[in-house]
Design a protein. Structure first.
Ligand code: RIB
Length: 302
């Protein structure tokens, strides 16, 4: 029987203001329409994966406030299994303040709240042997991510880390990673002393990461592994809102690995199509259907 997919990570409500441009520090500008979306890097990845591969579970933490209540009801309404989503007694649910400019570019500030209370012991409640792949990001504390990665590897579950928000990582994390998926800024922040993404990617391989996938926005992505470097283009769609595009890429990549029997190049092409559709729609969890993604990718159903 095919195994399931797991995402461990954050859930935030995104408070989004459209603006003609991103303001400078100290500046006030008049924005346009305000919208509220369900977001958070973990939930975005989980919902993207679930949109394409039904057997996806999500492990997270929200508060016992109305935001947490709304979010849980929404996840349930979308068919997400919320048995691994916990609620914190006193911390507020995660919130992200976001400005999106006319070009679809964004800046994000996160008040992580209850997300940071997801603890290493919460990983004890997860039977990683039921999953083929598990994805993590850094809106969850590093000790929790480390514990989840260790347990996943012990259960022969492949691991994916999105190192965002970027921060210096403990060296012991790298051999636990089958895939790391930074963007071109994040890879230079997690790898001190490099000005270029390619040598930084090779240094990560030397440290034990099996595959490095650098996302390059509208320029596509690049895969680095023991076989060399492979570049992937993108699919051109109107750029409306890039919030969560990287999360959609990673969640869809994980679904692609499950759908295409672990074929990394097909999974990247599939994820590129999914993210290209997502940036043409507002909100971080506004995805194309399986058929739309497959058609844009040019791949054949397995
Ligand atoms: O990656 C985009 C996400 O980052 C947003 O949904 C926001 O909640 C922050 O977590």
């Amino acid at each position: 029987m095919q195994k399931k997919l797991l995402v461990v990570g954050s859930m935030n409500v995104d408070m989004v203001v459209k603006a003609p441009r991103i303001p400078s520090p100290g500046e006030t500008i008049l924005g346009g329409v305000f919208s509220r979306f369900f977001g958070g890097k973990g939930a975005n990845q989980a919902m993207a994966a679930k949109a394409l591969f039904a057997d996806t579970l999500f492990s997270s933490m929200c508060g016992k406030d109305s935001i947490g209540e709304d979010y849980l009801n929404y996840l349930k309404s979308k068919g997400m299994d919320t048995s691994l989503v916990k609620r914190h007694d006193s911390l507020h649910s995660g919130v992200a303040l976001i400005t999106v400019d006319d070009g679809g570019e964004n800046i994000i500030t996160v008040a992580a709240g209850a997300n940071l209370a997801l603890s290493p012991s919460d990983m004890d409640n997860i039977d990683f042997s039921q999953f083929s792949h598990a994805a993590f990001q850094l809106e969850t504390e590093i000790p929790t991510v480390m514990e989840g990665l260790k347990r996943a590897k012990e259960a022969s579950c492949q691991t994916i880390l999105t190192p965002a928000p970027a921060q210096k990582l403990p060296e012991e994390i790298f051999p636990l990673l089958d895939f790391i998926v930074p963007n071109q800024h994040e890879i230079l922040l997690i790898q001190d002393g490099y000005n270029d993404a390619e040598p930084a990617a090779k240094a990560l391989l030397d440290k034990g990461v099996k595959n490095v996938i650098i996302t390059l926005g509208s320029k596509g992505s690049a895969l680095f592994n023991a076989d060399g470097r492979y570049d992937f283009g993108t699919f051109h769609t109107p750029r409306v809102d890039t919030v969560g595009a990287g999360d959609c890429f990673t969640g869809s990549f994980m679904a692609g690995l499950a759908l295409f029997n672990g074929d990394i190049k097909k999974a990247i092409t599939f994820a590129t199509a999914a993210a290209s559709i997502a940036v043409s729609k507002p909100g971080a969890q506004n995805f194309g259907t399986f058929d739309e993604v497959l058609a844009l990718s040019g791949l054949n159903k397995q």
